[in-house]
Design a protein around this ligand. Structure first.
Ligand code: GDP
Ligand code: MG
Length: 179
């Protein structure tokens, strides 16, 4: 029997990181259940939606905001970050330099968005393309997350659908606590 009184929440999450790390692929995998190896610059819309039947009482609509091909530091406008309630930082395990960039993305994120009272929005870190290699997971990733207030990190693959659901649920659970 459908619960007609289900509470409906909407959370905006921003997905950020260097060009080519797999942001669009992760969003597509999570919202459509599909992966395409053919190159695509952007999902076209400002965001894609994933609806979670969280429990008997709560339905959550996740608005996953993708960068529309302008992955330059400082190029993202306030509109992109405005009212974001969570963030996923993504790097590419096949290109270590994309992990180095995470610090810069974090600075941009923390500067441009926070919760009322200046509280940081929940942030997770995704080491993507884990289907290709996991040998390149930075040895200091735990310490890095701790130092930077990142709540959790995951090896993911948009191609093989690894840990994407788990990661998004972790982020959603953290966001729910701030609601
Ligand atoms: P974006 O620029 O961060 O949005 O990256 P894209 O989602 O466009 O992905 C860049 C390229 O990496 C594309 O050719 C994707 O097919 C590929 N890609 C993305 N995620 C994965 C993954 O998990 N595994 C593999 N093997 N390739 C991936
Ligand atoms: Mg993209």
């Amino acid at each position: 029997i459908a619960n007609l009184h289900k509470k409906e929440l909407t959370f905006k999450f921003v997905i950020i990181g260097d060009f080519g790390v797999g942001k669009t692929s992760i969003i597509q995998r999570y919202t459509d259940g599909e992966f395409s190896s053919s190159y695509k610059v952007t999902i076209g819309a400002d965001f894609a939606v994933k609806t979670l039947e969280w429990n008997e009482e709560i339905r959550i609509n996740l608005h996953l905001w993708d960068i529309a091909g302008h992955e330059r530091f400082g190029a993202l406008t306030g509109i992109f970050y405005r009212h974001a309630f969570g963030a996923a930082l993504v790097f590419d395990l096949t290109r270590p330099e994309t992990f180095k960039s995470i610090s810069k993305w974090l600075i941009d994120l923390r500067k441009k968005v926070s919760l009322p009272g200046g509280i940081q929005i929940p942030t997770i870190l995704l080491a993507n393309k884990g289907d290709i290699t996991t040998k390149t997971v930075p040895i200091d990733i735990d310490a890095f997350c701790k130092e930077n207030g990142i709540i959790s990190w995951f090896v993911t693959s948009a191609k093989d659908n690894i840990h994407i659901d788990e990661a998004m649920i972790r982020l959603t659970a953290a966001a729910l606590k701030n609601h």
